[in-house]
Design a protein. Structure first.
Length: 275
């Protein structure tokens, strides 16, 4: 049996990088792809990691990488879709270009990669891991609409694809992380600050929220936790359909309430500026 191998998108990010290195350390050959050229230097000297530049919004770069990888292996044992972006803001003010970019990277990028590389996964009866989020299981939060939309779409996409590909003996698995240390969490304050500058209706509130989310991001967990879950989902004989990973307990409890009650509590919190 040839060495197990996996394609990981968004490999320069905190979660993607941790998963790439952890799998490589455990004997997997990892094709670590990212649109950020830093991916080439990040894994220099790393055994079992092959870094490649891929823009998941550009089908031509995906096709080129498929050609490169298919010349090196007859199949893939897994795909892990980490590629993602975050853009907070009001859904009545955020630009169409920004909203489209979030959906293009997270949803359509995942679709492009899975569709293109599926023949290699099919040959090995491998597994496709789609990185969703705790947000994908929760009622959409205010000013997090684009990200929530994308992750809800990932949930539906993954469910439908799982029920299709089970007929071909290819498993589709959802990974649903809570807050973890990454460029996304590190940049929360600046992203909310940018959203505040561009807002007419919610500028003051977004400026207050940027400090709150910055404090919350400091509680983010170590990415190695997600890396170990990825390894389990790829290797266990009977993987789960979905793996929630360290969800925020307060959000989980709020989700147990009727939606109207959630809305009332949210309104009070926002109107008071979380004071």
């Amino acid at each position: 049996m040839s060495q197990k191998n996996v394609l990981i998108t968004g490999a320069s990010g905190g979660l993607g990088s941790a998963a790439s290195l952890y799998l490589a350390e455990n004997g997997w050959e990892v094709y670590a792809v990212d649109s950020d050229k830093a991916v080439l230097s990040k894994f220099t000297g790393s055994v079992n990691v092959i870094p490649l530049i891929v823009d998941v919004t550009d089908q031509s770069t995906i096709d080129n990488t498929f050609h490169v990888i298919s010349q090196q292996t007859d199949g893939l044992d897994g795909i892990v879709n980490f590629a993602g972006v975050f853009a907070p803001g009001s859904l009545i003010e955020i630009s169409e270009d920004t909203l489209f970019h979030v959906l293009n990277v997270i949803v359509m990028g995942m679709y492009r990669v899975n569709r293109t590389f599926f023949p290699l996964v099919h040959k090995r009866k491998g597994r496709i891991l789609n990185i969703s989020s705790e947000v994908g299981r929760q009622t959409g939060a205010p000013f997090n609409g684009p990200y929530a939309m994308s992750k809800h779409a990932v949930e539906a996409y993954s469910d439908s694809m799982r029920r299709e590909l089970m007929l071909l003996n290819v498993r589709v698995i959802k990974i649903q992380p809570g807050p973890f240390q990454s460029a996304m969490t590190r940049n929360l304050e600046s992203e909310f600050g940018k959203a505040a500058e561009e807002s007419f209706y919610f500028r003051n509130l977004l400026n207050k929220l940027k400090h709150i989310v910055s404090d919350e991001s400091k509680k983010a967990k170590d990415p190695i936790i997600v890396a170990k879950v990825i390894y389990e989902a790829l290797t266990t004989p009977n993987p789960k359909i979905a793996y929630p990973v360290m969800p925020d307990r307060r959000r989980e409890l709020i989700e147990l309430l009727p939606v109207r009650i959630q809305d009332m509590l949210m309104a009070r919190l926002l109107e008071s500026g979380y004071s």
